[in-house]
Design a protein. Structure first.
Length: 197
């Protein structure tokens, strides 16, 4: 994990999908750098990225070699960064979103943003201790609305459903939806502003 500390007052940890640090994740990192954040993007697969057409291989690799327990390492990293930074955010996509969700009980975290974390449904017992924003695509591989109903009354939690498919913010994905991406970006900006007030 790259632990080089810069001088900004705000840090963000970007957690990638099963594919690894691909062009989409690099784009996300750059977007937050430009916005003034020090960006940390651990390569959880410790390999070059998988192409999208190898999604089954990528998923198998993630399950066999990484798994969702890696959230413990991310929690340690949040704690380390919090010593140096006023605010530490975590943003995750897909499996990265579920890992981010598993960190939601860390009160040192300034905010968690999770994009379409389908396996969040395996960890509904968690109760956020920091502001947490879950962004779901209505069209996914599971009953999104049922999960939202299960989670919606938790404290420190905001949930938004989008009329889109899994991967809708990824401009390299066949499910990319520009209109819903803009809506999501606006929601994130508002969320992060609230977290830093």
């Amino acid at each position: 994990m790259d632990k080089k500390i810069e001088n900004g007052i705000q840090a963000i940890i970007v957690l990638h999908e099963i594919y690894g640090i691909n062009e989409f994740i690099q784009e996300q990192c750059q977007k937050y750098r430009v916005a003034g954040y020090d960006v940390f993007c651990p390569n959880l697969i410790d390999n070059p990225p998988f192409p999208y057409e190898k999604s089954e291989d990528a998923y198998d690799f993630f399950v066999k070699n990484i798994g969702f327990e890696v959230y413990k390492e991310i929690n340690v990293f949040i704690n380390e960064l919090k010593v140096k930074y006023d605010n530490v955010f975590v943003i995750g996509f897909s499996v990265g979103a579920t890992i981010a969700w598993r960190c939601c009980e860390n009160s040192l975290c300034s905010g968690i943003i999770s994009f379409y974390g389908s396996r969040i449904r395996d960890y509904t017992n968690l109760n956020p201790a920091c502001p947490t924003l879950l962004l779901f695509a209505k069209e996914d591989s599971f009953d999104v609305h049922a999960l939202v109903l299960q989670l919606q009354d938790k404290q420190h939690l905001s949930i938004i459903e989008f009329d889109a498919e899994h991967g809708f913010v990824d401009s390299f994905s066949k499910h990319f939806n520009l209109q819903q991406t803009k809506r999501a970006e606006k929601s994130i900006a508002c969320f992060m502003n609230e977290c830093t007030k």
